[in-house]
Design a protein around this ligand. Sequence first.
Ligand SMILES: [Zn+2]
Length: 391
Amino acid sequence: MACSAFMDGKRIIGAFLSDQEWSELKKLSRARKVLMPDTKLPAIAKTVRWNGGVTRFFSHFPGEAPEGYASKESPAHTARKLAIYSRLLELGIPAELEAGRDDWRADVLVGKSAFSPELAIEVQLTKQSAQLTYERTNQRSTSGVPTLWIFGHGSSTGHLGVELLQNNPVFEADSETQAADIAQAVCTGEAFFNDRTELASTPARPIAVKVDCKCGKPWLLPVGVVLLPNRIRGDLRPTYVSVSRTSTKHKGKAVSTSGAFTYLRRYLGVIAAAGEKYGLPVGFDLYPERAYGHTGTIHVQRFSCPNMRCRRIMHAFGCKGEDLVWCPVPITAHVDARPIVDVEPAWLVAMPAPYDESVFTKAQWQERFILPMRAGLVCLGTVGGIDPEDL
Ligand SMILES: [Zn+2]
């Protein structure tokens, strides 16, 4: 099945003919004067109902397709291919349908565009494994032509690595219009590969409680940080990351003490920056311990008074992680959010516009978090043993 054919050495695109031209072409095809674009064998002109309209296409005469010829193109596939092709023609970008080179044929072969001297566009609506995507992409790369893959939702299975993505745009589209928009964005040079480097400098707010220590020297007890990747790209949300407690399981896998150590210390620098800003020393971090609570076992990072003569171990309880993203405390540092933010390197048509997050008022924050947290401060003893004053 193809949406173009050859007659007298010229390419004909079924969809672009008037009704009269099409009915004349049908007669000529029955007289075996029209040829398939790839095999150059006689083609028969046919129509199929699709999406409230009629799609015109060409196929071999029954029983005449060469052995192993696998072209079961769906009307949806044809419609997307045509939408892409006609959009590129409208834009004045040279494009050919069902054309190729060497041992391959693309849905649309694009000539010189802002993207590259040549580009193969492939619409892929049926499931295709990553391995096959690699093989087909390599076939085209060998001829010096990169490939733009426009998959249907979920039709690309397996993982495509950065080394393929860097040179070959890969997108998903839900409609013909979206497929055409993607092809347009790639060929006009608007689309870009986003390797997430912008998230290496994500603004972060510190969450910490000031401890009015018995030794007379106040200090900051770290709780967590709020990462604000939404300030960089609008499809991302503010995220709370604890620096004081974490689950012993992550995505069904056990988290070791050293794994917890890495996780809990990753953004401690944001609290250190807050300490400098407010002129308060930050609690001295001890090695994480396992604790048994009503939600199961967790890793807990405890902190002690940084005053060597005191070294009380303090712990704060009572605040829920998901509400902590409403913290209104000013940003104190920019950190690499990539280990935490769940977003893969990918091609984008445009960067989702960033937005400013909503926060509590200072009074709400004080009432909902600071007061309960300070009330929940517990002294767990001192580094050298139990402080008798607390028994
Ligand atoms: Zn102290």
